[in-house]
Design a protein around this ligand. Sequence first.
Ligand SMILES: CC(C)(COP(=O)(O)OP(=O)(O)OC[C@H]1O[C@@H](n2cnc3c(N)ncnc32)[C@H](O)[C@@H]1OP(=O)(O)O)[C@@H](O)C(=O)NCCC(=O)NCCS
Length: 370
Amino acid sequence: MPFWSKTVAAPQWIDTWFKDRTPRFLRLLPAVEPQTPKGLTPPVRLTIDDVGPLSAFWTTNYGGDDWYMDAQPAWVSTYLNDPAVIVLGAYDGACLVATIVSTPFSSAATELSNGGMLPFGSLRVIEGLCLAKQWRSRGVAGYMIGMMDCWTSSKLPVAHLWARETSSAPLMSTALRTDTYAMLRTKDAVETIGCSKMDWLQFTHLWHMSVGSWNLEDGEWKKPPCIFSKKPVNRSGAIDVWMVKQRPDMPTGLRQVVVVLDSRRRTIPGDERIFEVIWCGFLIGSKLRPALALTQRTGSFEFSPFLESIAANYKDAVLFASSGAMGGGANSKWGKPWRYGCSGAHSWYMYNYMPPAFGSCEIMAIRDEI
Ligand SMILES: CC(C)(COP(=O)(O)OP(=O)(O)OC[C@H]1O[C@@H](n2cnc3c(N)ncnc32)[C@H](O)[C@@H]1OP(=O)(O)O)[C@@H](O)C(=O)NCCC(=O)NCCS
């Protein structure tokens, strides 16, 4: 069942050619319910009572050739217990065979550089899309997305972001941005720059005090096309904030800050935990600034030595960075211990809303991901 190509709420390739980025929903009416594929029951909203089967389903089915999801019940329950999160599951008889999750993008409002402002809950992220192996390539993914679209748009229009991983960057697409991954094994990393962990409450306070200024221009900062979450989410404590210890060769009052997420994914073989860099920036005085702030000023800034130092603090793990500024600005010049361009690409898409840009839109959010 084709979904993305058949809905008026998904930007089409032609939209990338026109310059009109006025913030607006692309469809104001509720979505039409798609037809349920034969053999499947229409999805129901899962509750905390379903934590056992859902954890088992994701651990068995959520993954690829070289990774699986370590979906521990304690982590899964943080989604099922949150009334703002919608988890849908479809059954084949008594067996759970398909899931999809719609999670608020931010725990407060979201601001867009094209002037858009989406209140809490009206920008959401599609994640947790997972089908039992025997149900794949039969259009059920499109059906589940269509059902979530119906579920979330029944009262008010809602926008969604969704991510896709591909083996290489798509050539022509409506992606907001596409980043190429780089990865290292943490056992190969050395802590050459002293790192310290920042307290989560201190970080959220700094984010709160700083995020508003990222959507304003000043002499030192040219705002990029961007979607900013006004408030970080750390629903299961899986997010670490690292700060560089002050070094003599760094300008006074400027310290690198990097946010790392435990993705709950694990490698096959090896069973190593997979961590991901989700935000890079600086603490300048008492304000956070995205990594781009210094790139704009100096042309480039090399995050890899600090990322390697952070990686050395995680045992039996791999760390993913990416080519985007938020992912550390990885590139083909990153030598050992990094492997650049061997782990595919990650793209973000927007649904039912006009984004500030296609191809070059920054997404600044601190949040867990399924
Ligand atoms: C991802 C998965 C659900 C796709 O199932 P599938 O039946 O093979 O789906 P298809 O590749 O035929 O794609 C069907 C539709 O779903 C869309 N789709 C597939 N994966 C998607 C994703 N992660 N997000 C949004 N849409 C997706 C496709 O674009 C396609 O849309 P179209 O019909 O409009 O063209 C399935 O491979 C799976 O369960 N994988 C394990 C879990 C996983 O990796 N989830 C994605 C995390 S990024």
